[in-house]
Design a protein around this ligand. Sequence first.
Ligand SMILES: NC(=O)c1ccc[n+]([C@@H]2O[C@H](COP(=O)([O-])OP(=O)(O)OC[C@H]3O[C@@H](n4cnc5c(N)ncnc54)[C@H](O)[C@@H]3O)[C@@H](O)[C@H]2O)c1
Length: 350
Amino acid sequence: MIKSRVVQNDIRKIALRIKKDAKILSGKTVLITGGSGFLGKYFLYTIWYLNKNLFSKPARVVSLDNYITGTKDNPFVNDENFKFIKHDVREPFYLKDRVDYIIHAAGIASPVFYMKYPLETLEVATFGTKYMLEFAKSKKVKSFLFFSSSEVYGDPDPNFVPTPENYPGNVSCTGPRACYDESKRLGETLCTIYHSLYKLPAKIVRPFNVYGPGMKTNDYRVVPRFLTSALKKEPLPVHAGGNQTRTFCYISDAITAFFKVLLSDKNGEVYNVGNDENEMNMMTLAQTVSGLFRGKLQVKSVDYPLTYPQGDPRRRAPDLTKIRTELGYKPMVNLKTGLERTLRWYKEKI
Ligand SMILES: NC(=O)c1ccc[n+]([C@@H]2O[C@H](COP(=O)([O-])OP(=O)(O)OC[C@H]3O[C@@H](n4cnc5c(N)ncnc54)[C@H](O)[C@@H]3O)[C@@H](O)[C@H]2O)c1
């Protein structure tokens, strides 16, 4: 049962957009790492909905999480098609059951948390990916989806913004963000090696700032940060003048794209996932959030907190040509609608 109206609505829309390709999951087993996180839970909701409304035989889901940032309020614990296992993917994993698809989404995604847990962050994307690839190989899975990040591009040369998949990146292997961006890069390398050596059907996605219902209020990523400050009627804290740009992709668009990649035959390929229509700086984002409150909120420029890793990329925007042309993905939810939906969810929660 999905309690939130906003989430119910999102899931219905995702299901409509993927139902042709998703039928192949009927009767199959999908293992998802990081299944108790923001993106992971949306995968679970979607499969649950497809079980109820589309599949002739239900898909089974095995969700792995060590709850380092995820929450233990797992949905569907009483549903026989869902199994929740507490497991740290930095350790090898064994399971007797058949597994057909793997979504490897475990990771430490928020900069404040990867600064707090640098080794865990590095290891989940490297050891964790290696163990999950070994497991995938032993199960002869039909598809393996690795969650990399737009952070693999580092601080891109302005001539490469919007950034296409073949931009090699401008990152530091010793900088404060290296535990995240370098480990995601190595995770990608592992996927491509398993694909070329063993024909493992691995695909890679590089999400660009996905947001929406389910992001924890203490996640520290910018959208939940602004919305929770707004709900507390506190000024919106913009780091260092707020000139850094980002694009924002609403969760229902992102999950649609992730399923499209997972269910495609594009083995060994990498896809940017995001929304390419709204590159904006953080000051403008804060003003847009303030607009949801009829402009009654203050926006305040603050120094980066000490808990935040330095070297924030100046610009980040995806070139989505590849996923648009090869997989027919198109973002549908504009920023204002996405923010309103997210805000409605926070209000439902509170
Ligand atoms: N949301 C985004 O905008 C975004 C952008 C780029 C990349 N990503 C990547 O997508 C994935 C999911 O992101 P999210 O936004 O849902 O983050 P999240 O923090 O909400 O969820 C990640 C989940 O992984 C779990 N996890 C972490 N380390 C683990 C380990 N060693 N073993 C088992 N579980 C572990 C956490 O407990 C959490 O439940 C991550 O790999 C992240 O790096 C997300």
